[in-house]
Design a protein around this ligand. Structure first.
Ligand code: ZN
Length: 471
């Protein structure tokens, strides 16, 4: 069977595929706990969307199963082992400014516009039609294929936690919820929260006291705003001048103003995803670099030293003593995401650390713990997600690479990312599509769309992939 063969099979089903996809896209499947019930843990609309997909399969004579409204599967094939294809039907809220209503799918210039068209209802329907093609061709399989459809990917992944408590883990599989060619490695990561308490309250004779330092809301984002309050013991005029000089020489937006018998300083940076902390401008780090030049009260100085000694100009863990690099997966990264300091209360810092293959989770954590303790900070919360990695020699990689190369004529480069994909739910899983290297990424944006030619190309690739993996 030539690549063209699979493409023709997809093309034959174009109208039917678009019809079903439009129906699915019309359901506003946004998480809504207010309409949740025992059978619909994420709300009525998500339950409706999950039911719609499973019903499609049932109608065509597939085995289907709804696992308590958390997730479900559509199954085809024979044999002991299971190949998993993992997608989701929940979507993020649409936001404003759409050209046409987000839940009234519309085709313009060969693109289908709707919330979820790309992430991840389009790929879900592509995977379903891929399975349908294999079934309708009557191709013999030696394994079972399960299209596993989750209902909580966009928030807390409770769908898959629940599903795999009850159902067998596939021997291998892929998730159509990211990029082609193949994402085979995802860094491990830590979210660390460290806290200390300020007790001594002595004010220097000639200088300033750090009353408050606030920056950042989410640990996995580079903070673009930092605000500090200082009490005035020194010369306010001189301080404002120093702030102006610093902002100018470092080309940072911001200002200083007198406020509540003190001085407030604001600095602005550039937000970015925490997996590439060096690509944003961290407002908190810029602020700390400035404050290091001032004579501060002892407690305040300790906090500011911590930031300068451990985090400033150190996006790859150099100052924390944890830097490392893997040839394929890249460098360890540290995002300093949240800062909170109150002279009368606590000091806090939250870090997001992503590490490549070769990193020992326990060692990294211990090193960070030791460094922070010198500044009277204690780690009180750790959220850890291990590295997700499939060896490049694995059958899964070989098969998907071959299918991708045959159908696109392009080399199937393996990708390693700092982010997270749904594939890590599988013990042995990779992300495989739906975005081609040349595609436009519109997931979570207004006017989200999927290109219809690409959707059909994806369907053909998935059909061959399913067949090759399960034959
Ligand atoms: Zn998704």
């Amino acid at each position: 069977m030539t690549p063209l063969f699979w493409h023709k099979e997809a093309l034959k089903r174009k109208d039917e595929l678009l019809k079903e996809l439009k129906n699915l896209l019309s359901i506003e499947s946004i998480l809504d706990e207010s309409t949740a019930s025992a059978e619909a843990p994420f709300g009525q609309k998500i339950a409706e969307a999950l039911g719609y997909v499973l019903e499609l399969g049932k109608r065509e004579g597939f085995q289907t199963k709804n696992v308590d409204g958390y997730a479900g599967h559509i199954e085809y094939g024979e044999g002991e082992e299971i190949i998993g294809v993992l997608s989701h039907i929940d979507v993020v809220p649409p936001g404003d400014g759409w050209t046409t209503p987000p839940f009234s799918p519309e085709i313009r210039d060969g693109k289908l516009y709707a919330r979820g068209a790309l992430d991840d209802k389009g790929p879900t329907i592509a995977a379903y039609f891929a399975l349908k093609i294999v079934k309708e061709l009557g191709l013999p399989l030696s394994k079972r294929v399960r299209l596993i459809v989750g209902a909580d990917e966009e928030s807390r992944w409770r769908c898959m936690a629940h599903y795999f408590e009850k159902e067998t883990m596939p021997v291998m599989g892929f998730s159509p919820d990211a990029d082609f060619p193949i994402i085979s490695a995802e860094k491990g990561f830590f979210d660390i929260k460290a806290v200390g308490f300020n007790d001594k309250k002595e004010t220097p004779d000639d200088g300033w006291s750090l009353v408050q330092f606030k920056s950042g809301e989410r640990v996995n984002m580079v903070p673009d705003y930092a605000e500090v309050k200082l009490s005035v013991e020194g010369d306010v005029f001189e301080l404002k001048g120093k702030v102006q000089d610093y902002l100018l020489t470092h080309q940072i937006q911001g200002y200083a103003e007198e406020r509540d018998e003190g001085v407030a300083i604001v600095m602005k940076g550039k937000a970015h995803h925490g997996m590439d902390p060096d690509k944003g401008v961290n407002a908190a780090l810029a602020m700390a670099r400035f404050l290091a030049r001032l004579p501060l009260d002892q407690e305040g100085a300790t906090y500011i030293s911590m930031i300068n000694d451990l985090l400033v100009d150190s996006f790859f863990g150099e100052k924390l003593g944890i830097s490392m690099e893997d040839e394929f997966m890249g460098r360890l990264t540290v995002n300093a995401g949240v800062f909170d300091y109150e002279q009368d209360g606590k000091r806090l810092v939250r870090l997001n650390i992503r590490y490549p293959k070769g990193g020992d989770a326990e060692e990294i954590l211990q090193a960070v713990e030791k460094k922070l303790s010198r500044y009277h900070l204690k780690i009180v919360e750790v959220d850890h997600k291990p590295i997700h990695y499939v060896d490049k020699e694995h059958t899964l990689i070989n098969t998907l690479s071959r299918v991708y190369e045959e159908q696109t004529g392009e080399k199937a480069e393996l990708l390693a990312i700092g982010g997270v994909t749904y594939a890590r739910v599988l013990d042995t899983g990779v992300a495989f599509g739906p975005l081609f290297p040349e595609s436009v990424e519109t997931a979570h944006q207004r006017d989200e769309f999927i290109d219809i030619n690409e959707l059909l190309k994806t369907t053909a690739i998935y059909a061959q992939a399913i067949y090759e993996l399960a034959k």
